[in-house]
Design a protein around this ligand. Sequence first.
Ligand SMILES: Nc1ncnc2c1ncn2[C@@H]1O[C@H](COP(=O)(O)OP(=O)(O)OP(=O)(O)O)[C@@H](O)[C@H]1O
Ligand SMILES: [Mg+2]
Length: 316
Amino acid sequence: MIRARRLSKDYGAFRAVKDLSFEVHPGEVVGFLGPNGAGKSTTLRMLSGFLGATSGEAWVNGFSVIDEGDKARESLGYMPESSPLYPEMRVREYLAFRAELKRVPRAKRASNLRRSLEAANLVEVADVLIGQLSKGFRQRVGIADALVANPPLLILDEPTAGLDPNQIREVRALIEELSEEHTILLSTHILSEVEAVCSRAVVIARGELVADGTLEELRALQKPKGVSVRVRGGEAEVKQTLRQVSGVKKVSVERYDQSSVRASVAFNDPELGEVSVEQCVAALCEAKLGVLEVQPQSGLEHVFAKLTEASMESRS
Ligand SMILES: Nc1ncnc2c1ncn2[C@@H]1O[C@H](COP(=O)(O)OP(=O)(O)OP(=O)(O)O)[C@@H](O)[C@H]1O
Ligand SMILES: [Mg+2]
């Protein structure tokens, strides 16, 4: 559905995207993940045909974004980072205007419009001025805009940026619904977003690819380097118990509430991390200290930090 081959983009002397290659297959929801300034928006703009690449090539739905730009553009719906919405237009009016701009055939406009309003859960606000909508609803208008020509591929640039937790949940649910009928590439700088909605992640940092794989593959890259446990007991006894576990490098304990403490344990050797997690829990149980929560420090968050670090080190 998307094939990027050695895409690069220079802004003057600054190379924002470097030799980036990746693919998105039909039916996938792929997270395009990277910290601020990584080059996500630049890449998505190149794929959507809004920005020319300095070098490299990309194909969307089999069409070259360079040589067959119009056809490539027609097969995708793009929601930019900040949608240029018109506050003085009503939602329905705006989407009709966009459908016309996107050259949706006249006979199809009404049905496409209805479908995009329904898909983005905007039916109730269809006649409200865009300027009067909350940020979450405006974000949905951006998604409806991407949908209005009913393209097989959606490219969404940070669809949940700036939303409150409820709105984030709603937009994520919407993405999940849309994924039944559309292939989706969405950018984010938040790992939990990828875990919530994506089947695969393409990770970039400083314009370069640092990882590409399923969530399981990304997790497997990093074994636990520690564990955080909440335990019923006193600070001193918990600390004492955990320090005696083999493979434990460092323990810090602080009170959590009246009856429990939270301990952060660092391991010597992440290769043995999973064993160390087990041993910590076993030692606490043996000491008759109730284990209330166990969180190995091996989530994607850590993988992400690690990968980004590695890519920065390789540059210096
Ligand atoms: N028009 C431009 N001219 C010069 N530099 C630019 C331009 N647009 C982006 N950049 C730079 O290119 C780099 C990549 O920017 P880009 O917007 O693609 O990052 P991003 O991953 O989308 O970041 P964010 O998470 O903040 O949206 C940044 O260092 C940015 O400052
Ligand atoms: Mg961006």
